[in-house]
Design a protein around this ligand. Structure first.
Ligand SMILES: *Cc1c(COP(=O)(O)O)cnc(C)c1O
Length: 394
């Protein structure tokens, strides 16, 4: 692993990737060199603090690349049974899992698959904890630390928002059967800067010390946006070292998803047609609602390499998707040249919460899943045909 370089705004992909001319689109493309850059950050944090780090497969799961990540990371964390199975079968190190509420059958199956099961409430822990412990699986409790520093989407992505169902609130922690708890879990962040990460760690140390003394490990969840330009990794490392000095008996775990794969890949699309209705419009072979669900849900505006804000360059277009939903619009962008049939557009930062989350709404075929290797080789890992579409319908 090479030494990490400081991440600045210029480390974001701004030049067109070296993609072969003849690839099929749409395609989500992981850029392996950029993933290695991000893994170097994870490696540094682990080396300087001695913590464990897991990949949250909820945000991104590309088993073809797990061998590359296995040396650096300690395992995966799952949002449910299927992701836990994926972690066990394809990643092969520690498997952690958290779901807001389990069925008995899920816990039974998970005792064969997971090493750590996190429960959301004292009731779930009392009901299923003994089953986990009998199978040699560590039980954890997710607390609601009452710490709000999610930077994305207001309260839509804030686990500590008023009325949140995530984690046991502080005033009910006395009801937790602590003797059976191995790990205290506190996930509260989303796309947080170092201030969010360090703030959460200090907040948990200050407010939950009596419980921390009773457990063997603490998991500070995901949402640590460690590879985002502007995130000061040194500040996270300092906060982790402070925490470890205060609680030397605890294993410390982070489980980022987005922060491991931010700015490591693309969604490559092609212009299928252009038209006018007041404004110039281009219709693409991709779609916001099916291939970039977070563009509409968060919402946010993805970057396109070489494109500008509306009016910034000579030719401005509304970019529309190929579904029949009026709101399936990616945004308004400007270009140096008029767009024409066959032009290729490269959307950046399209790894986290894209292909794991998309749908086949309208029967729209899913993009190829591919890798651009460091030597310029382009490998299609998976392509989707009618059969895959049909299988998803049962
Ligand atoms: C979503 C989630 C993560 C990963 O969050 P990112 O924002 O992708 O880093 C980790 N742990 C839990 C419990 C989560 O719900």
């Amino acid at each position: 692993m090479t030494a990490p370089t400081p991440h600045t705004a210029t480390s974001r992909p701004s030049a067109l990737p070296n993609l072969p001319e003849d690839i099929e689109t749409p395609a989500y493309v992981l850029d392996v060199a950029l993933l290695k850059r991000n893994l170097a950050t994870a490696e540094r944090i682990k080396r300087e603090t001695g913590i464990k780090m897991l990949l949250a497969t909820k945000a991104w799961a590309m088993p073809a690349v797990f061998p590359l990540m296995r040396d650096t990371l300690d395992g995966t964390t799952a949002s449910g049974l299927y992701e836990a199975l994926l972690g066990r079968e394809e990643f092969g190190k520690e498997v952690h899992v958290y779901t807001p509420a389990y069925t008995e059958q899920e816990v039974e199956e998970l005792t064969f698959v997971a090493d750590h099961i996190y429960f959301n409430t004292p009731a779930q822990l009392r009901r299923f904890g003994p089953m986990a412990q009998a199978a040699g699986v560590h039980a954890g409790i997710r607390i609601n630390p009452g710490f709000s520093m999610a930077t994305l989407g207001g309260d839509l992505y804030n686990p500590c928002a008023p009325g949140s169902r995530f984690g046991t609130p502080a005033d009910q922690l006395e009801e937790v059967p602590w003797d059976g708890v191995h790990t205290l879990h506190a996930h509260a962040l989303c796309e947080a800067t170092h201030e969010g990460s360090a703030g959460l760690i200090a907040h948990v140390a200050r407010n939950f010390a009596s419980y921390l003394k009773r457990v063997k490990a603490v998991n500070f969840g995901g949402g640590h946006f460690i590879n985002k330009p502007g995130y000061d990794v040194g500040k996270l490392i300092a906060a982790l070292k402070d925490f470890r000095a205060g609680f030397p008996h605890l294993d410390v775990i982070l489980e980022p998803g987005a922060g491991l794969v931010v700015d490591t890949g693309y969604l490559v699309a092609t212009v299928l047609d252009t038209m006018k209705n007041g404004s110039d419009i281009a219709i693409l072979d991709t779609s916001a609602s099916t291939h970039m669900p977070d563009v509409l849900e968060v919402p946010y505006r993805p970057e396109i390499i070489g494109a500008g804000e509306p009016g910034e360059k000579a030719h401005t277009y509304i970019l529309g998707g190929k579904t029949c939903m009026t709101g399936d619009v990616i945004g308004t962008y400007s270009f140096d040249q008029p767009l024409k049939l066959g032009d290729r557009l490269v959307f950046t930062d399209m790894m986290q919460y894209s292909f794991v989350k998309n749908t086949t709404f309208n029967g729209t075929p899913l993009p190829d899943l591919a890798m651009l290797d460091e030597d310029g080789t382009y490998r299609v890992v998976k392509s989707y045909g009618y059969q895959q579409f049909r299988e998803r319908l049962g």
